[in-house]
Design a protein around this ligand. Structure first.
Ligand SMILES: O=P(O)(O)OC[C@H]1O[C@](O)(CO)[C@@H](O)[C@@H]1O
Length: 541
C-alpha cells in the first residue's frame, strides 16, 4: 500500500510555489536567448527515442525542484512497489502488473500474494502464439473447414481502444486477415460491419475482463444471432474465442473452455493490450510482431525502473505536466503525432490517462485540495494544424503539446516524409518564438499587423523516434502508461480503479428498464423530461 502524502504539504511544493511566482511571466524566448546550451541540457536520448523538453517554461531550478518533489513523495519506492506486485490498487485490493505481461525473461518471477504470476502469463503467450499461427496458416478453421478471412473484436474501453489503436498503427505490418472492431452498442454501426462480412469465414473475439459489460455482451449476442441465422444449426464453436477473467461467465455464454484466454485482476482494462486482450493484434500482424511490441514496452519498463529520475523520460514528462497543471493552472494537454497511423493514439491515451487520474479523493480518502488529472486530447499532424492549431497559436488558453514524430518513414522512398516533418519542427518553433505582426502595403495601415502578431511562449515537448515499428510503438505506449503512474503518485491518488464510470453504468441499467416498461420514475426534472420525450416519440415496430 502506498503511503498517503499530501503533495501540497511538502517542502518541495512550497518551494515550487515560490519559484512559480518568479517564473510566471518569464518568456521562453528569453530563456533560449540567455543560454545557447539550453537544448543540450534539456533533452534525454534513450534507445531510439529523443525527448527534447527545452521548449517548456522551466529552468534548471524548476526541474531540480520537481525532482525534489518526486523524491519527497517517494516516487522511486512507488515504482518498485508496482513492479514487485504489491497491492497498490488499494481500493480494489489488487496488484498492478501490466508490466509483468511484457516480461519475456524465462528466469524471473513476480510474486503476488505468495504466487508467481509469470508462469501463467508465459503459458498464455504460448497459446496466443499457437492460435495465431494456426488461424493464419489455415489449420484452425471455420465450422466448414475454411480458413478465416475476417475477425471481429467485440469489446469496449480497454478491451477495444488499445488493440484497435495498435492494429491501426501497424498497418504496414498487417497480413491479409480483415480486422473489425465493435465497441459501441449501436446496431446501425454493427449492421454496417456485418453487411460486409462472410459469416462462414468470420472469427469472433469476445473480449471483456469482467464479461458483464452490457455493451459487449449485447453485441456478442447480436453477432451470435447473425452467425446462427446465416449458417443454420451447425457447430459454430470454433468461430468464438473469449478473453476474460471470468472464465465461468464466458463458458455460460457458450464458449468452449479451450477457446477462452485468461485475463487477470492485476491488469487494469486500459493497460491490458499486452495480454490476450491483444489477440487481435497478434492475429493482424503475426505473433512475432506482437512479441516485438511487448519487447519494446519491456525496454521502456527497464528504463522507467532503473534510470535516475532526472534522465527518466516518463518521470520528466509527468513532472512537467504536474508543473503546468498545478502551478500554471493549464487544464488540458494535447498529443499530436505526426503520423496518420497514430490517429487512434489520442483516444487510447484519453482512457489511459483520464480514467486513471480523474480522481478527487486522495489516498487517505479525503478530498484533494489541488488539481489532479489533466484533460488530454489530440489529433494527427499535419491535419490538426488545419483544424485547431489556430487556438494554440493565437488563442487565450495555453495548451502544452506533445509533438510525436519519426526520423524515418516506413517506406524509404517516401519523399513526403520531409514535408511532414518540416511541419512538425516548424510548428513547435512557431509556438515557441512567436512573431511580430507584419505589415503589408495592402493592409492600408498598422491595424492589421495586430492580428498577424503571435506572442509565442507556448510550451511543447518533442518526442522524436527513429521509426514507427512494433518495438518503438511498445516503447511509446509504455512511456505514457508510466507517465500516468507517476502523476498518480505525485497527486496522491489511486490511479487504478474507475468507480466513476461504474456509477453511470448502474443508472443506465435502471433507465433501460424504465424505457422498456414505459414507466418513467422520478428523476431530476431534466432527465425525466427527456425520458418522457424519448418514450413518446420513438417508433417501436
Ligand atoms: O473489459 P470489460 O470488463 O468489458 O470492461 C471494459 C471497460 O469498462 C471499464 O470498466 C470502464 O467502463 C474500463 O475500465 C474497461 O476497459
Amino acid at each position: 500500500m502506498l503511503e498517503s502524502i499530501n503533495p501540497s504539504g511538502t517542502l518541495a511544493w512550497k518551494k515550487l510555489r515560490e519559484h512559480f511566482a518568479q517564473m510566471e511571466f518569464v518568456q521562453m524566448q528569453d530563456l533560449f536567448a540567455n543560454d545557447s546550451e539550453r537544448a543540450n541540457k534539456m533533452h534525454i536520448e534513450w534507445n531510439d527515442f529523443l525527448l527534447d523538453y527545452s521548449k517548456n517554461k522551466v529552468t534548471e531550478e524548476t526541474i531540480d525542484l520537481l525532482l525534489e518533489l518526486a523524491d519527497e513523495l517517494k516516487l522511486k519506492d512507488a515504482i518498485k512497489a508496482m513492479y514487485q506486485g504489491q497491492i497498490i490498487n488499494a481500493t480494489e485490493q489488487r496488484a498492478v502488473l501490466h508490466t509483468a505481461l511484457r516480461n519475456l525473461s524465462a528466469d524471473e518471477s513476480v510474486v503476488v500474494v505468495g504466487e508467481d504470476v509469470l508462469p501463467e502469463i508465459r503459458d498464455t503467450r504460448i497459446r496466443i502464439k499457437d492460435f495465431t499461427s494456426r488461424v493464419l496458416n489455415g489449420t484452425y478453421t471455420s465450422y466448414s473447414g475454411k480458413k478465416f478471412t475476417d475477425v471481429i473484436n467485440i469489446g469496449i474501453g480497454g478491451s477495444d481502444l488499445g488493440p484497435k489503436m495498435v492494429v491501426h498503427a501497424l498497418a504496414n505490418y498487417r497480413n491479409e486477415l480483415g480486422m473489425h472492431y465493435i465497441s459501441n452498442v449501436d446496431d446501425d454501426y454493427l449492421q454496417s460491419v456485418l453487411n460486409k462480412l462472410n459469416p462462414e469465414t468470420t472469427l469472433v473475439l469476445i473480449v471483456s475482463k469482467t464479461f458483464t459489460t452490457q455493451e459487449t455482451i449485447e453485441n456478442a449476442k447480436k453477432v451470435k444471432q447473425w452467425l446462427v441465422r446465416s449458417l443454420g444449426d451447425v457447430d459454430l464453436s470454433s468461430h468464438y474465442v473469449g478473453v476474460s477473467v471470468a472464465i465461468e461467465e464466458a463458458m455460460g455464454f457458450g464458449l468452449k473452455r479451450e477457446n477462452i484466454y485468461p485475463m487477470w485482476d492485476f491488469v487494469g482494462g486500459r493497460f491490458s493490450l499486452w495480454s490476450a486482450v491483444g489477440l487481435s493484434i497478434a492475429l493482424a500482424v503475426g505473433y512475432d510482431n506482437f512479441e516485438k511490441l511487448l519487447d519494446g514496452a519491456y525496454a521502456m519498463d527497464r528504463h522507467f525502473l532503473e534510470e535516475e529520475n532526472k534522465n527518466n523520460i516518463p518521470v520528466v514528462l509527468a513532472l512537467l505536466s504536474v508543473w503546468y497543471n498545478n502551478f500554471y493552472g493549464y487544464e488540458t494537454e494535447a498529443v499530436v503525432p505526426y503520423s496518420q497511423l497514430l490517429g487512434k493514439l489520442p483516444a487510447h491515451l484519453q482512457q489511459m490517462i483520464m480514467e486513471s487520474n480523474g480522481k478527487n479523493k486522495d489516498r487517505s480518502g479525503s478530498p484533494v485540495n489541488y488539481q489532479t488529472g489533466t484533460l488530454i486530447w489530440g489529433e494527427v499532424g499535419v491535419s490538426a494544424q488545419h483544424a485547431f492549431f489556430q487556438l494554440f497559436h493565437q488563442g487565450t488558453k495555453v495548451i502544452p503539446i506533445d509533438f510525436i514524430g519519426f526520423v524515418n518513414p516506413h517506406f524509404k522512398e517516401s519523399s513526403n516524409h520531409d514535408i511532414l516533418m518540416s511541419n512538425f519542427f516548424g510548428q513547435s518553433e512557431a509556438l515557441l518564438k512567436g512573431k511580430d505582426g507584419e505589415q503589408y502595403e495592402s493592409d492600408g495601415g498598422p491595424f492589421l499587423s495586430n492580428f498577424r502578431e503571435f506572442c509565442g511562449n507556448k510550451p511543447s515537448n518533442t518526442i522524436l523516434i527513429q521509426k514507427l515499428c512494433p518495438r518503438s510503438l511498445g516503447e511509446l505506449i509504455a512511456l505514457y502508461e508510466h507517465k500516468t503512474f507517476v502523476q498518480g503518485v505525485i497527486w496522491n491518488i489511486f490511479s487504478f480503479d474507475q468507480f466513476g464510470v461504474e456509477y453511470g453504468k448502474i443508472l443506465a441499467k435502471n433507465i433501460q428498464n424504465e424505457i422498456k416498461t414505459k414507466n418513467i420514475c422520478e428523476h431530476d426534472s431534466s432527465t425525466e423530461f427527456l425520458l418522457r420525450y424519448f418514450v413518446k416519440n420513438r417508433i417501436v415496430e
